[in-house]
Design a protein around this ligand. Structure first.
Ligand code: NI
Ligand code: MN
Length: 225
């Protein structure tokens, strides 16, 4: 499976059977993304929550590519009313798709649509495909139940926010990595805007001092996971 980082919390996964999945595709209004929405493809779009910097260009991309949006029920209903194909899920539940399995976890944050509608609870996302488990923590503060995720899943890549203000800062994100114990931690949700300025190399150094692996992905970079 391939994992590409666009910046902020936006990633693209290409599974071994060739399915393309976007997570939180905030591209066109994202000052740090090297890629805009008209140049991406998606079979599926998985959303952590409905804030504009995560919902992003979902409607535009999904209409052009006939993608299926996978998200919590309330947000799925909103997107279905906009004409999208959706798969409604909710926190604690998982479902097997043709690319692998998706489970939604808790995330401590908020969520509402750009139209101001209630969009259900924000979520974290665990994607299992090709024998790998990727945990995208969404926007969240630190929570102790992350330990339960690490107990149940051998997480290969944990994608987690470090930018502070709206989410965990670097100190809390290091704790989160200790709780989940992934093979590799990847920082996200930083430096997109001045208010979430953070140095990912400080995060990396703190983790390495604890014997943990961290990959700081460049904007646009794609890696094999
Ligand atoms: Ni948010
Ligand atoms: Mn956000």
């Amino acid at each position: 499976m391939k994992l590409r980082y666009f910046s902020h919390s936006a990633f693209q996964m290409t599974t071994d059977n060739g399915k393309v999945i976007l997570i939180d595709p905030f591209l066109d209004n994202n000052p740090t993304s090297p890629v805009k929405s008209d140049s991406v493809k998606a079979d599926y779009i998985i959303l952590s929550h409905a804030h504009g910097d995560h919902l992003g260009d979902t409607v535009k991309i999904a209409k052009r590519c006939s993608s299926t949006a996978i998200c919590v029920d309330e947000l799925a209903n909103y997107l279905e009313a906009k004409g999208l194909n959706v798969h409604n899920m909710h926190i604690g539940g998982s479902y097997g798709f043709d690319f692998g399995r998706v489970k939604f976890t808790i995330a401590h944050h908020g969520s509402k649509t750009p139209d101001g509608e209630y969009a259900g609870e924000p979520a974290g996302i665990i994607i299992s495909s090709g024998g790998k488990n990727i945990y995208h923590a969404g926007d969240t503060g630190l929570f102790y139940d992350m330990k339960l995720i690490g107990e149940r899943y051998k997480i290969d890549y944990m994608l987690l926010p470090i930018g502070d203000n709206y989410t965990m800062d670097i100190y809390d994100a290091v704790k989160a990595v200790e709780y989940v114990n992934p093979a590799v931690a990847v920082p996200m949700h930083y430096n997109t805007f001045p208010v979430i300025k953070a140095d990912p190399n400080v995060f990396k150094q703190k983790l390495e001092a604890l014997g943990k692996k961290c990959k700081v992905m460049q904007y646009g970079e794609e890696i094999e996971v």
